[in-house]
Design a binder for this molecule. Structure first.
Ligand code: ME8
Length: 521
């Protein structure tokens, strides 16, 4: 599923991906978290003049998906189509502007998997051997001795492990151990937050070795056939990782692939912390064996916790995003997930957390400021203010303008580091300063009309800048703000030009309450 892509050689290029989520159930808040962060960063990059390529999608193979289809009394095709349809609808409703939606059931993807297996086989990187060990069906993960806990439970999901004893095709990777270590030591890729690098070294580089990986399953349901070997199927994690390459049309459209995946592209892959092993080890090794560039950054985020455990499809604690969209709208949920949590930690979700956050930020700080300033411009100036060249010069020296400039610099610094949490904090600080200024200046008792005009002009300007900086978080809700004025959002880019001449003519077309206070019952 591709939009038409026009490749512009003069633009800087940005690639971002989310994990390809399992199609075993409808997506929950945790999946929205990764996807909305990717969306906010992509929107920011677009404003900064990048040509962007944003990939998300579904991982549609594996036994647990087959089991879910059976439980739902649907054929696997119907079940996959239903999940795919609902996922795309969810992204539409949350205004996620992806460029490519990867579905691993697609024929082109399956062909690519086979092609890559052939390449690996031709390089003698695949061999057959008996496999004896532990396997977690739910996580689709072979549990090696290095990460096996004593109690025969999966270290990840705490479910019982299955003893597997079968012939398997192995992927030879052990000879690349020193190469991989070097990648880490020389920081050839950036892992954010940095401590995940140590975690991989501690947990998976024990005894100074890397084990070859069993990458086939015998007589399994809903997996891609392993070349022409009868009854052998491809391990779902290799299939899923290849999904990233499929989304880039690897081996299919070299123009697209080379444009969006090369060492000069700012590539970012966003994942949750439970899948670092696959991305920080196997994915890198696969790229190496195919002679492809490595991603520039892998951004790992913590979990959303609900009722003390990771929010998860299987633990009956997942929150349906629509329950929150109904209350807070798409913009409210976007803002919460993109800005409320620090990426490096796990974070507790509750309705009270989101409600307090929504009321204290979007309602109290942002919405109220807009309402107050718009109302004053309407009441004191009939909604229209004009400033001549001399007045604009005076405005340039207003101390709030300096604060706005610092905010933009800090916001840009954080967004360039993919840190929406701190970028948002800088904007909230600016909002607090303006609210304080209103209290200090008490415009409602001010007699000096010229002074009043100056204050309202600069506060109006600050609102435009804040709207602009919030656009990657709040998406089309910000259009409502600009539409209530005479300024068109498409005509402003405050990263390039803090254009105070916009204030020559100010018009409030409509009084708006952008965010209404919400009381929980
Ligand atoms: O792992 N908190 O798919 P998956 C935060 N198919 N993020 C969460 C979360 C939570 N409670 N729950 C899920 C897979 N996520 C594989 C990926 S990639 C080639 C294959 C997010 O459906 C987070 O990004 O289990 C996590 O890594 C991902 O969903 C796991 O999704």
């Amino acid at each position: 599923m591709t939009k038409e892509i026009i490749l512009d050689k003069n633009q800087k290029v940005f690639f971002v991906s989310t994990p390809l989520f399992y199609s075993n159930d409808l997506l929950h808040l945790g999946h929205c978290y990764s996807t909305l962060i990717a969306d906010a960063i992509t929107r920011y990059k677009k404003i900064q003049g990048f040509q962007t390529y944003f990939v998300t999608g579904l991982d549609e193979h594996g036994e647990k998906i087959y089991d879910s289809a059976c439980k739902n009394k649907l054929s696997i095709e119907k079940f996959l189509n239903k999940i795919s349809f609902e996922t795309k609808q969810l992204w539409k409703d949350l205004e996620v502007e992806y460029d490519y939606f990867q579905e691993t059931k697609s024929t082109t993807h399956q062909q690519l998997c086979l092609r890559i297996l052939k390449i690996l086989e031709s390089k003698n990187l695949i061999y057959k051997q008996n496999y004896e060990g532990k396997y977690c069906i739910y996580c689709a993960e072979f549990i090696t001795l290095t990460n096996l806990e004593k109690n025969n439970l999966c270290p990840n999901c705490q479910r019982k492990l299955k003893n597997l004893q079968e012939e398997s095709f192995f992927w030879k990777i052990n000879h690349l151990f020193s190469w991989l270590k070097k990648i880490y030591q020389q920081e050839k890729i950036t892992i954010l937050p940095k401590f995940y690098k140590l975690e991989i070294e501690k947990n998976f580089f024990k005894n100074d070795q890397l084990r070859n990986l069993a990458i086939s399953r015998y007589k399994a349901n809903n997996l891609i056939p392993f070349l022409n070997y009868q009854n052998f199927y491809l391990y779902v994690w290799i299939d899923a990782l290849i999904g990233y390459l499929s989304s880039l049309q690897y081996q299919q459209n070299s123009k697209i692939f080379n444009f969006f995946w090369n060492k000069n592209v700012e590539t970012l892959q966003i994942i949750g912390k439970e899948i670092i092993r696959f991305h920080l080890i196997y994915w890198l090794l696969l790229l190496k064996q195919l002679n492809l560039s490595l991603p520039r950054t892998i951004l790992v985020h913590g979990w959303i916790i609900n009722q003390n455990v990771k929010m998860s499809k299987s633990k009956n604690n997942s929150i349906n995003p629509y329950d929150l969209i109904k209350i807070y709208g798409s913009s409210g949920l976007r803002y919460f997930l993109i800005t409320c949590f620090q990426i490096q930690t796990d974070n507790n979700y509750s309705l009270k957390v989101i409600n307090d956050y929504y009321n204290s930020t979007l309602v109290n700080l942002f919405g109220n400021l807009i309402a107050r300033v718009f109302k004053m411009i309407i009441n004191y100036f009939q909604g229209k203010i004009t400033n001549d060249v001399v007045a604009i010069k005076t405005l340039k020296n207003n101390s709030l303008i300096a604060k706005i400039k610092t905010t933009i610099t800090n916001y840009t610094h954080y967004m360039n580091s993919y840190d929406c949490y701190h970028a948002n904090k800088t904007v909230l600080n600016l909002l607090r300063s303006i609210n304080q200024l209103i209290e200090i200046n008490k415009p409602w008792i001010l007699k000096d009309k010229q002074k009043l005009k100056e204050l309202l002009s600069v506060w109006f300007f600050a609102i435009l800048v804040i709207g602009f900086l919030f656009k990657p978080f709040l998406a089309k809700k910000i259009n409502t703000l600009f539409q209530a004025t005479n300024i068109e959002i498409k005509n402003v880019n405050f990263f390039k030009n803090l254009n105070l001449n916009l204030l020559m003519k100010i018009e409030i077309k409509k009084y708006i309450i952008l965010f209404k206070r919400i009381k929980l019952n």
